[in-house]
Design a protein around this ligand. Structure first.
Ligand code: IPE
Ligand code: IPE
Ligand code: MG
Length: 227
């Protein structure tokens, strides 16, 4: 972190391209997802060397249920494995897990594992927010409903009812694999986020790519509508 300029506190990533990574290597899709989990692990390990206070990762969208059952099962099983294998490391590295999305309607054993992981990591100082069964439009509707029950809806009252309430404002949104769209991710939170789209496929994304993205961010001129 040698550069001057703004430092990103909250970075979110749309981890895309696992399927294409596998296809290029003539491997089954699940291998791409497996390699994708390894990329997540390395990234989380590198957090302590960055400015990031919160890393939010899009792991499973509310629209991903449309995929074939076999792929959904593979993804859920990888989730189970990942929580089990990496929870001790999160605790050791002072990482606090946070989940955004309708995760309580996932399989009961996953919900239980997540509840346990949330509890065990509650005192961590850096946040890893994982978007599971997440859709931004549903998030906004739910937040508006809750805000309305509490009083007049304002920008602040709505934001306070989003899954991201309490997290630092989103600074930088990265999407891998060359697609240039948000796919129903953090629509509200991205209002003034800087965007970075890279052709790198998610399984190939390394801590060095993240370091470069953070370096790039320090050179952005953020205006928030001013001049
Ligand atoms: C991202 O990779 C992982 C999830 C959406 C769970 P994809 O599976 O979308 O990979 P591509 O886009 O087909 O290459
Ligand atoms: C977005 O990727 C969801 C995640 C990365 C979890 P998708 O691959 O599902 O998005 P689309 O379908 O290409 O928009
Ligand atoms: Mg994709």
């Amino acid at each position: 972190m040698t550069s001057e300029g703004p430092q990103a506190r909250h970075v979110a990533i749309i981890m895309d391209g696992n399927g294409r990574w596998a296809k290029r290597k003539h491997l089954p899709r699940v291998m791409g997802h497996r390699k994708g989990v390894e990329a997540v692990r390395e990234l989380v390990r590198s957090l302590k060397d960055t400015s990031i206070e919160c890393l939010t990762l899009y792991a499973f969208s509310s629209e991903n249920w449309k995929r074939p059952d076999e792929e959904v099962d593979d993804l859920m099983n990888l989730m189970r494995k990942f929580i089990k294998s990496d929870l001790p490391e999160f605790i050791a590295n002072d990482v606090r897990l946070h989940i955004i999305g309708d995760w309580q309607s996932l399989a009961p054993d996953i919900v239980e594992m997540l509840e346990d992981a949330l509890e065990q990591t509650a005192s961590g100082s850096r946040t890893l927010a994982v978007a599971l069964n997440y859709g931004a439009q549903a998030e906004i509707v739910q937040a508006a409903q809750r805000a309305a029950e509490q009083g007049p809806i304002t920008e602040d009252s709505l934001a306070a009812n989003l899954y991201t309430a309490g997290l630092p404002p989103l600074d930088l949104l990265i999407r891998t694999s060359g697609e240039v769209r948000l796919s129903n991710f953090l629509l509200w939170q991205a209002a003034y986020a800087e965007m970075l789209f890279t052709d790198v496929l998610w399984p190939d994304f390394t801590p060095e790519h993240l370091r470069q993205a953070l370096e790039d961010f320090t050179n952005r001129e953020r205006r928030f509508g001013g001049r």
